[in-house]
Unconditional design. Structure first.
Length: 431
C-alpha cells in the first residue's frame, strides 16, 4: 500500500495559526512576565543563529514575533517548504519534489527532534566528553577536534526509521511520515573512529552510548529525550562522523548545531544531535529510546494488529533498500516525453539497479544509475520516458541492492511503523 498524502499544516501555517506556540516550539523561547524578551535568554541563541547575528533589542521582542528576515522568505528556521508533522517536539518532512538536488540543501533537510532544543549552541564553548571503557577519557572542544584529527567532508544519507509510517494499516503510532524524512547532505567533521582510537578502546567494549544537550519534553532535567548508540564495529567504520559543518556552513540549529553524529545507513536516531558525550560500554546501551519497542521491530512476521511481547522486539540496525522519485512531482502535468529522476540507497550497501514503470508494474525500464560519491551517500538515477498517449499515469520506481534485495510492493506490518521501503509512486497527467 502506498503512503497516504498528509494534510498536516505547512510550516508557515503553523506560525500564522499559533505564533506563540511556534515561538516556543521552534526557538525554545520563554518570555518574561510581560510576554516580551527571552527569560534567562531561553531561545535567544537559536533565533540569533537563524538571523545571522546578535539581536540588540531582544528584550523588547514580543512573544510570537517571528523575525521578518525569516517571515519574508516564507521559511521556518531556515527551512524551505517543509511540512510540519508535530510541533512538540518539532518534526517536519520534505516533499519528495523538493529533494531533487543530488546533495540535499540545508534548508530542505528534514527535522526529527525528540526533545526541546538547547538554549546555548555556541560552538566556541561547546565540549565533547569521551569516557566509559577507554584508556584516556577526554574532553574536547570543537577547535580540539579540528586541530587533533583529520577533517573530512562526506555526503551521507540520514533517514528516520519511521519514514513511510503513514502507509501502515492498521495505523502505527508516531509521526505520520510519508516519504520525506530522508536527506543526503555534505557533512564535515572528524571520524568517530579516530577519536575513539585516540581515547583507547578497551577490549570489553561492545557498544557506544550517545548523549545530547536537548531537554526532555517534560522539562525534568533528570530525564533524557533520546540517548542511543551503536555496536562498536559500526562506530569504527570510515564514514561515521562527528560533524560540525553541514553543506559547507554551520550546522542548522534544528539539525544538531553545533556538533552531532552522522551515522549513515542506520536509523537517524543513532546520529545524536547537540552531541555532548560518547560513552563506551560493555553492554548494549540502555538509554532513552534504546529499550522496549523504540526503534525495534518484531523478530518474526506478524499479522496486522497482532500483539507482540516486548522481549520479541529486536533493535533496528541497517535501513532497507529504497528509492525516491523526485521529478516529476506528484500531480504534475507534463508533455508526452519527460525525464524522471530520483535517488536510491540501501543501508550499508550499494544499489545495483533502479527501474521505473509507467504501466502499474506490468513492465519495467532500467535507469541510468550513478555510483555513490562516497560510501554512505545515496545514488542518483534518471531515465527518459515516452508516453504512448495522453492521460493519467503513475511512475513507479524500485531499487535493487548489491545483495539482490529489491524493494517490495508491500511489507510486513509492525506495531511501530518502521522500515517501510515499499515502492514510491507519483501520479502525473500527460497531455
Amino acid at each position: 500500500m502506498a503512503p497516504k498524502d498528509t494534510d498536516a499544516p505547512h510550516v508557515g501555517g503553523f506560525f500564522a495559526d499559533d505564533p506563540e506556540a511556534a515561538d516556543r516550539a521552534f526557538f525554545g523561547r520563554v518570555t518574561h512576565g510581560d510576554r516580551r524578551g527571552f527569560l534567562r535568554k531561553a531561545g535567544l541563541a537559536t533565533m540569533g543563529a537563524m538571523v545571522g547575528g546578535v539581536i540588540p533589542f531582544h528584550r523588547n521582542m514580543p512573544a510570537g514575533l517571528i523575525p521578518a528576515a525569516l517571515a519574508q522568505e516564507n521559511v521556518l528556521m531556515g527551512k524551505d517548504g517543509l511540512t510540519l508533522l508535530n510541533d512538540r517536539p518539532v518534526n517536519a518532512e520534505t516533499p519528495p519534489h523538493l529533494l531533487d538536488d543530488a546533495i540535499t540543501p540545508t534548508a530542505r533537510h528534514f527535522i526529527r527532534n525528540n526533545g526541546i532544543v538547547p538554549d546555548n549552541m555556541d560552538p566556541a564553548t561547546w565540549t565533547l566528553t569521551i569516557d566509559g571503557f577507554v584508556d584516556t577519557p577526554m574532553e574536547l572542544t570543537i577547535a580540539d577536534l579540528r586541530e587533533r584529527f583529520e577533517v573530512v567532508t562526506m555526503a551521507l544519507t540520514l533517514e528516520c526509521g519511521g519514514n513511510g509510517r503513514s502507509a501502515f494499516d492498521p495505523p502505527a503510532s508516531g509521526n505520520q511520515w510519508t516519504y520525506g524524512a530522508v536527506g543526503c547532505a555534505e557533512w564535515t567533521g572528524v571520524r568517530l573512529r579516530d577519536v575513539l582510537e585516540a581515547a583507547g578502546v578497551q577490549s570489553n567494549v561492545i557498544y557506544t552510548a550517545h548523549y545530547g544537550a536537548d531537554y526532555h519534553l517534560s522539562g525534568d532535567p533528570d530525564k533524557q529525550p533520546l540517548s542511543r548508540g551503536v555496536p562498536i564495529a559500526k562506530a569504527m567504520t570510515d564514514n561515521v562522523l562527528i560533524a560540525f559543518e553541514m553543506n559547507g556552513g554551520p550546522l542548522h540549529p534544528m539539525n544538531g548545531a553545533p556538533l552531532r553524529l552522522v551515522v549513515p545507513g542506520w536509523p537517524a536516531s543513532t546520529a545524536q544531535k547537540w552531541l555532548t558525550r560518547i560513552q563506551l560500554r560493555d553492554q548494549v546501551h540502555d538509554g532513552a529510546k534504546m529499550t522496549g519497542t523504540s526503534y525495534r521491530v518484531p523478530n518474526r512476521p506478524i499479522a496486522p494488529g497482532e500483539e507482540v511481547a516486548t522481549e520479541d522486539f529486536v533493535i533496528i540496525e541497517r535501513m532497507p533498500v529504497k528509492s525516491l522519485v523526485t521529478f516529476p512531482a506528484n500531480g504534475a502535468e507534463i508533455g508526452m516525453e519527460t525525464e524522471v529522476r530520483g535517488h536510491a540507497w540501501s543501508g550499508d550497501r550499494s544499489v545495483d539497479a533502479v527501474e521505473v514503470s509507467i504501466d502499474f508494474g506490468a513492465t519495467w525500464q532500467p535507469t541510468d544509475l550513478d555510483p555513490a560519491v562516497n560510501e554512505g551517500a545515496w545514488q542518483n538515477w534518471r531515465a527518459d520516458i515516452s508516453f504512448p498517449q495522453a492521460g493519467y499515469y503513475e511512475v513507479w520506481a524500485r531499487a535493487t541492492d548489491n545483495t539482490g534485495e529489491m524493494q517490495p510492493h508491500a511489507i510486513d506490518w509492525n506495531p511501530k511503523g518502521y522500515l517501510n521501503n515499499t515502492m514510491h509512486r507519483v501520479g502525473i497527467r500527460v497531455s
